[in-house]
Design a protein around this ligand. Structure first.
Ligand code: ADP
Ligand code: MG
Length: 833
């Protein structure tokens, strides 16, 4: 049989068997591909009249309804049979067509009109009784992975390491990115740099050993009638390359996807993905998912298993979103979205799939957050208050006057403490806006009634700083102040056992009123007599379990969390909707703004001069190296190398400290402590220095590779300086000339306002970074970080609407939603602050 005819039959068989006449065997559609094939047919000497019969048989295929496509292919098979009456392959193909007659499908769900949506009058019980398909025995999404054909204990084990244990997990194991090979071209039209798909036949192979004995080069020449192309594979050893060579039998028809490059003036493809034409295409011929992998899991395994699963479940996944929500948010059906997120038919559908799945996450999270808030608000807590004169007396003894923002937030906090409901408040305030004093005053209000407070900070340096500040604060207060310096204590991992035991006693008898510390607060067997107020500083550094553990030390204590990461309001309401928000949007007067400059990479000398002269004046400096996507190891290496270089070549007479992510926590602490105690002049560091350490004597922050950072992060880093009356500098050096015209860096020189910068960051980089900051310890938002603020706001407002209509989700049309919500929050404890 002629190669071109054979190829046509394979494509048609694929179209029938795998795609059920969905016009998807060839990306772009069969009709569009036909001219390319006809050209091949001509080269192959297929009779002209047969070619034109084939062409007219396929005319209009792509726009025809499924049942017409079926007739067209059946008709084409007859044409071929007449031309080659004795060919067994054609006869076999015809049988396949006859046996794959498509069913006429009902109208798909998305087009269901609103009036057709389920009506409310159905009692809940009856819905519950009519088990939805995914809960049928053997069909459950909770079934283990080995339900899938070809998945054994070994593969299940590997999947488990990435958290995939059930079919449902796998369905939601989303691609990291996609390779778009949806363009199909004949070989003679290939251009250098194309990323695409060709369909071609193997002509010859050549396996050679490289000079380096352990490496072989396999060259495969393929042709599609329009031209020839070389595929090049390099492989280690000798077994693997020979095995590979055997897969390229002469005459085999392949679908090949990859990038066209050039070698010695000839086009070629290096290491393309390829699959036999007649097999279903999972790695070629379309938009191809690229999954995150782990040792033992190959890309092909994940693709195959997910494909198998999607095929098996197909339309069986029922949609938990109430139709009304789905329609007014203009979302595609869940099963379509899950299909398209793994195997997108085109970019448009991929976008719709992402939109749908991000919407789901935000929507469910928002509903949960609203219910959570209601739970808390209905709970009871002890009420605390301090007469105005007494509070005023305390405030009068502060070494400064409160800003208006501080007064406003203090009033909000007092209101919460006074009410009979537990406080759940988040204070967002830029670095240096003065959040600590609010916590201190609140602790005084609690101490007035003899109750206890705890403040937890992410590192022991921070805890120690807080301890110093708070005892100083307490000792400057009048005699009758409710909180004395000796009623404040510090607990970190370093607290000696003897001191610990004495401290524990005083906590149990209630004579310690405010305990400041690290996670040691929750890890050690601390028992409070009467813990009523819990403050968590730099909340994004703690997981929910840690927060919950601290709260559990008391009986529904009031909770105050503080963050210096400004989050745009629209997002904060979504991500922290369970908490009441207080914003400290004002800096104490007299702060000298940090002077920010962008320096040319060649002006580095100038930066070093500024550092030298600041150190001469007795100040200190930070030099921060960028995050490198390759990972922590590389980052650490860069910092180590730079530290050596700077110490030897640039600042031989100064003392340089080094801090990076590969160091153990106590090593890090130790370095920070030394820097704080002025044992180092300069601290060379990766981004680990970001979190709220106060070294007021540091006046220069030099950031290398500044273009790699997000605005919020740059702002955090800049916040490490400018913490005293001295003028401070932030110097931004982009990694190359091209990055110099960086809009983000420009903005940094224009404002010191963290909220403004956060808003800009949101516009420029999307919400991903902010979502990340909530994510730690929270349920996973897999899709939402890729989405846009528009989807987030839509999901939020629709969740609020629905919540107002049906707060308990007890109405029939919300039955599945309620079920899904429970499942979504299952892994999360009841404390989500
Ligand atoms: P942050 O909000 O970053 O935690 P802090 O509470 O550590 O800020 O305050 C930063 C510094 O500003 C501290 O030294 C604090 O004493 C000081 N401070 C706080 N409030 C005021 C104010 N209203 N006026 C002047 N200085 C203030
Ligand atoms: Mg602080």
């Amino acid at each position: 049989m002629l190669a071109s005819i054979d190829k046509l039959i394979k494509i048609l068989t694929l179209e029938a068997q795998q795609f059920k006449y969905g016009d998807r065997a060839i990306i772009g559609g069969l009709e569009k591909y036909l001219p390319t094939w006809v050209q091949e047919g001509k080269n192959d000497k297929v009779p002209e009249d047969l070619l034109s019969k084939i062409e007219s048989a396929m005319l209009g295929y792509s726009n025809a309804p499924v049942e017409d496509r079926y007739s067209k292919i059946l008709n084409l098979a007859k044409v071929l049979k007449t031309a080659y009456p004795d060919d067994p392959k054609i006869a076999r193909a015809e049988t396949v067509f006859v046996n794959t007659k498509p069913e006429i499908k009902p109208v798909p769900d998305e087009t269901v009109k609103k009036e057709d949506a389920p009506v409310k009058t159905v009692p809940v019980e009856s819905v519950a009784a009519s088990t939805p398909p995914y809960r049928q025995p053997g069909l459950g999404l909770n079934a283990p992975l080995n339900t899938i054909r070809g998945v054994g204990p070994e593969i299940s084990k590997h999947f488990a390491t990435v958290g995939v244990k059930t079919l449902g997990d796998l369905l939601y194991y989303f691609p990291r990115r996609y390779d778009d090979y949806s363009q199909l071209k004949p070989i003679n039209r290939l251009e250098y740099g194309d990323e695409l798909t060709i369909i071609a036949t193997v002509q010859s192979t050549l396996l050679t050993n490289q000079q380096n004995k352990n490496m072989s080069r396999l060259e495969v020449v393929v042709s599609d009638g329009s031209g020839f192309l070389r595929l090049i594979f390099f492989r280690h050893g000798s077994e693997v390359p020979r095995y590979l060579e055997n897969q390229f039998k002469r005459g085999t028809q392949l679908v090949i996807s990859g990038k066209v490059d050039m070698y010695l003036g000839r086009l070629q493809m290096r290491d393309p993905d390829w699959e036999p034409l007649e097999k279903i295409h999972l790695s070629t011929n379309g938009i191809i998912p690229v999954y995150p992998l782990t040792a033992g899991l190959s890309q092909n395994t994940v693709r195959k298993d997910i494909h198998e699963l999607i095929n098996f479940y197909g339309n069986k996944i029922s949609d938990f979103l109430p139709p009304e929500v789905k329609h007014s948010a203009n979302l595609i059906d869940l099963s379509v979205a899950l299909h398209q997120i793994h195997y997108p038919a085109n970019q448009g559908l991929l976008t719709s799939a992402r939109e749908r799945l991000s919407f789901d996450e935000i929507f469910l999270m928002q509903l949960g957050v609203l219910q959570q808030k209601k739970n808390w608000q209905s709970g009871t807590a002890v009420s605390f208050s301090l007469p105005q004169e007494k509070l005023d007396a305390l405030i009068d003894h502060l070494p400064f006057t409160l800003t208006n923002a501080q007064k406003k937030v203090l009033a909000e906090v007092r209101g919460d403490l006074q009410s009979n409901h537990p406080m759940n408040r988040l204070i967002q305030g830029d670095v240096g806006s003065g959040k600590t004093v609010i916590a201190a005053l609140a602790a005084c209000i609690i101490a007035e009634s003899g109750a206890q407070s705890a403040l937890m900070a992410p590192t022991s340096i921070l805890a120690e700083q807080h301890y110093q500040t708070l005892t100083k604060f307490a000792s400057s207060m009048p005699e009758d102040s409710p909180l004395h310096p000796d009623e404040i204590r510090l607990l970190t991992g370093d607290t000696p056992t003897k001191e610990r035991n004495e401290l524990f006693k005083k906590l149990e008898d209630g004579s310690v009123k405010l305990l400041v510390g690290t996670h040691a607060l929750i890890e050690s067997p601390v028992k409070f007599k009467n813990l009523q107020f819990v403050v968590i500083d730099e909340q994004h550094r703690f997981g929910i379990t840690q927060r919950a553990a601290l709260r559990q030390k008391g009986d529904t204590p009031h909770l105050l969390v503080m963050t210096a990461t400004p989050i745009p309001r629209s997002l904060a309401l979504t991500l922290y909707g369970d908490l009441d928000l207080s914003v400290m949007d004002e800096m104490p007067v007299g702060r000298i703004p940090v002077e920010t400059h962008i320096l040319h990479p060649l002006e580095r000398e100038r930066a070093y001069q500024i550092i030298s002269s600041q150190v001469e004046q007795g100040h200190q400096a930070f030099i921060v190296y960028p995050l490198i996507e390759k990972g922590e190891d590389e980052e650490a290496k860069a910092a180590v190398e730079e530290h050596d270089y700077l110490q030897k070549e640039i600042f031989p007479n100064l003392k340089l400290g080094l801090l990076h992510g590969r160091m153990k926590p106590d090593e890090k602490e130790n370095v920070m402590k030394k820097f704080h105690d002025k044992q180092f002049d300069i601290l060379v560091s990766t981004t680990v220095v970001e979190v709220g350490v106060d070294v007021p004597n540091a006046t220069v922050m030099l950031i290398e590779g500044a273009n790699r950072f997000g605005l919020a992060q740059l702002h955090q880093l800049r916040g490490r300086v400018g913490r005293s009356e001295e003028k401070s500098y932030c110097l931004l050096i982009p990694e190359n000339e091209d990055a110099l015209q960086n809009e983000r860096l420009e903005v940094m020189t224009q404002t010191n306002d963290g909220f403004l910068l956060a808003e800009k960051d949101l516009q420029q980089r999307g919400p991903g970074d902010f979502i990340g900051s909530r994510q730690s310890g929270f349920m996973e938002l897999k899709m939402a970080s890729f989405t846009d603020i528009r989807t987030i706001e839509k999901a939020r407002s629709m969740a609020i609407d629905l919540y107002h209509k049906d707060p308990d989700l007890s109405q029939t049309e919300n039955y599945f939603l309620n079920e899904k919500l429970a499942e979504f929050w299952q892994s999360t404890s009841s404390d989500i602050s």
